[in-house]
Design a protein around this ligand. Structure first.
Ligand SMILES: *Cc1c(COP(=O)(O)O)cnc(C)c1O
Length: 449
């Protein structure tokens, strides 16, 4: 049994500093806000394609087949889904709602992997009916429901088991910890363990064992957790092969977590892969070839998007200036939830039009959202540049493509802003209409007397 991996983590990483992806020039932003107002989300199609390429290229040294899967929970905007469909990647889904979206956008069912937390019978029935044949189960009850659905439809379903490797994870968001809600442990006294579930799958007419899945967390910058999890997987597969001579892992999905630079520099996907691929290749050597799946939400979409907001109010106290925006955490929830430091920049205007009333350094500026809520403060990034922050000026938040649009909420009767995509042809296309107060009033039941 391998307790401590022979593989050392690659040291001295050359880290990537936060990038301000200025895919729309300042005068372009001025034109767009004149037409659509603020707040306004902008998405760059080229960046989406480039991120898929970058992530794929990082793992080319893996000896087996490789699939990149987009975790659509990070951003389900249909224009983004359609962009990724043209890249031929896989989609990682967690709900029937996401399945509806991806079917409407016409992704092929063979490019879908379904990993839910709820794992209900009716849910699996719909998943299988729509042609999806790769399902990750995360509990014994879920596996039983999947078998029932498979029986009803009359198909045999390749089933993956989501394991919780219970390794320590240093990350923005942790998904693997002891007694956690995701996955099952390798061993344990109850039916909810990989050992017990594999036993059940090994000679099953309705489900076949396809492989393993784990997801350790989001925004992972210390890759030792992956190495520890792979060490545990290695030992577990060895044990299973002793019990079942024809035990074979066909697919191995190592989840998400590829980081994005917001405030601190982070390792690139290539550096991340450098740490993992030799260990993964060792697993192939020992246990035979498998298909590797790399999931990503954050990395694939974050840098593709900007949120443009307007400075609508300011006040000064001696050394400090409070700058109030027409955006709030209803548009960038992670600023409040995770204290995410999105890089910010005042949109530049011609020099002769700058009427700066004060020139306080960025660090003395406090960026506040429009909501009447204490938590509606935007932490500043080290690369933020706000010293021209004055009423009437526009401000861009960068790297907002992941986990922002999808959290839009009507707190304070706020409406969803429009979304514009800069297409690969360089055209600006409205891909989500903004909502209206009338629509929100009706959605909230205002038309029911
Ligand atoms: C959220 C999630 C991901 C994506 O994580 P990122 O950090 O956005 O890459 C991948 N896999 C699973 C199972 C997830 O729940």
């Amino acid at each position: 049994m391998v307790e401590n991996s022979q593989i050392q983590l690659v040291e001295n990483l050359d880290l990537t500093a936060p990038a301000l992806n200025r895919f729309v020039k300042p005068n372009g932003i001025s034109k767009l806000v004149a037409q659509y107002g603020t707040p306004l989300y902008l998405i760059d199609e080229d960046t989406l394609h480039a991120k898929v390429k970058e992530l794929h290229a990082a793992y080319t040294k893996f000896v087996g087949p490789l699939k990149i899967a987009y975790s659509i929970k990070a951003n389900f905007n249909p224009a983004i889904l359609r962009t990724f469909i043209t890249d031929g990647i896989t989609f990682d889904l967690t709900s029937i709602g996401e399945l509806h979206f991806i079917k409407q956008c016409k992704a092929a069912p063979e490019n879908i992997i379904y990993t839910s937390v709820t794992e209900e019978f009716e849910e699996y029935l719909e998943v299988l009916q729509s042609g999806v044949r790769k399902v990750v189960v995360s509990s014994f009850n879920g596996m039983t429901n999947l078998a029932k659905a498979a029986s009803k439809i009359g198909v045999k379903v390749p089933t993956m088991i989501r394991v919780n490797p219970e390794v320590g994870v240093k990350a923005g968001v942790r998904a693997s910890y002891r007694n956690g809600k995701f996955g099952v442990p390798f061993n344990g006294g109850t039916i909810d363990s990989a050992t017990k579930m594999i036993k059940h799958l090994m000679d099953n007419d309705l489900l076949s064992f396809e492989g393993f899945h784990f997801h350790l967390g989001s925004q992972i910058t210390d890759f030792s957790c992956f190495i520890h999890a792979l060490d545990k997987m290695d030992a577990f597969i060895t044990k299973m092969k002793k019990e079942y001579p024809n035990f074979q892992v066909n697919t191995f999905d190592i989840g998400g977590g590829t980081p994005v630079s917001y405030d601190e520099p982070v390792p690139s996907p290539t550096q991340m892969a450098e740490n993992l691929v030799s260990r993964l290749n060792q697993l192939v050597d020992t246990h035979g070839i498998f298909e590797l799946m790399i999931e990503s939400g954050r990395f694939l979409v974050a840098e593709s998007s900007i949120l443009v907001s307007k400075i609508v109010n300011t006040k000064e106290y001696s050394e400090h200036k409070i700058v109030i925006l027409d955006a709030g955490y209803h548009l960038l929830l992670d600023a409040a939830l995770l204290k995410q430091e999105y890089p910010q920049e005042i949109v530049s205007i011609p020099k002769n039009k700058v009427k700066t009333t004060s020139q306080l350094p960025t660090k003395n500026i406090h960026l506040a959202g429009r909501l009447c809520d204490t938590y509606d403060i935007f932490p500043l990034s080290k690369v933020s540049s706000l010293n021209e922050a004055d009423v009437g000026r526009y401000m861009s938040f960068y790297n907002v493509g992941a986990y922002s649009l999808v959290f839009n909420m009507p707190f304070h009767c706020q409406i969803k802003p429009p979304v514009i995509m800069k297409t690969a042809k360089g055209e600006f296309k409205l891909v989500r209409k903004g909502s209206s107060y009338e629509r929100l009033f009706i959605e909230e039941g205002g038309d029911i007397f």
